[in-house]
Design a protein around this ligand. Structure first.
Ligand SMILES: Cc1cc2nc3c(=O)[nH]c(=O)nc-3n(C[C@H](O)[C@H](O)[C@H](O)COP(=O)(O)O)c2cc1C
Length: 168
């Protein structure tokens, strides 16, 4: 089975997961997504594809890549600012919907990834303007929670999930 690890990452969180996968899959093709790669996608049996969530979806480049792949095995790894069971389910559904049905989804992994300080500053400003809005407080809590992720446990969980896959 030939394998490829392809990812997008704006601030390094998803990239750190991609590196972790590469560390156990030394022979795998490994590259950050770019236009050439989307246009001339090399053939592999299994694609480990990573993306941050940007405005409720994977990045545009990863979306274009996912829409193109046919008849392959795919494992998705995703980092998000916010966390929640329902939220993760709806994100997963939304992303799986864009992948052609000829592919086999081997599994998915989602975890939090730290956000930029500007996000917190924006929430603080909004709280000053709308002190009654409880959602803003939850958003700040989420920001604080994300700060240390992806952490060693996230990476361990990801690798365990991949090692449990039946790749035959
Ligand atoms: C412009 C922008 C939009 C984002 N939108 C979302 C979002 O809709 N939902 C979410 O959970 N996180 C969102 N995030 C947070 C990122 O998904 C999260 O920090 C992720 O780990 C970033 O991964 P990266 O370092 O690989 O780019 C957003 C981040 C940025 C910069």
């Amino acid at each position: 089975m030939t394998e490829a690890i392809i990812y997008d990452s704006l601030s390094g969180n998803t990239e750190s997961l991609a590196k972790e996968i590469k560390s156990i899959k030394k022979n795998a093709y490994y590259e950050k997504i770019n236009n050439k790669l989307i246009e001339e996608l090399p053939e592999y049996d299994i694609y480990y594809i990573g993306s941050p969530i940007i405005k409720g979806m994977c990045t545009d480049k990863i979306k274009r890549l996912l829409q193109k792949i046919e008849n392959k095995k795919i494992f998705l790894f995703i980092t998000t600012g916010y966390k929640g069971e329902d939220y993760y389910e709806s994100l997963t559904r939304r992303i799986l919907e864009i992948i052609p049905k000829s592919n086999q989804i081997l599994g998915t992994f989602l975890c939090q990834g730290k956000m930029q300080d500007a996000v917190k500053e924006r929430y603080i400003k909004l709280i000053q303007e709308h002190p009654e809005d409880k959602n803003l407080k939850v958003s700040i809590e989420n920001f604080e929670q994300a700060k240390t992720h992806p952490d060693q446990k996230d990476k361990k969980d990801l690798i365990e999930k991949i090692q449990e896959l039946s790749l035959t």
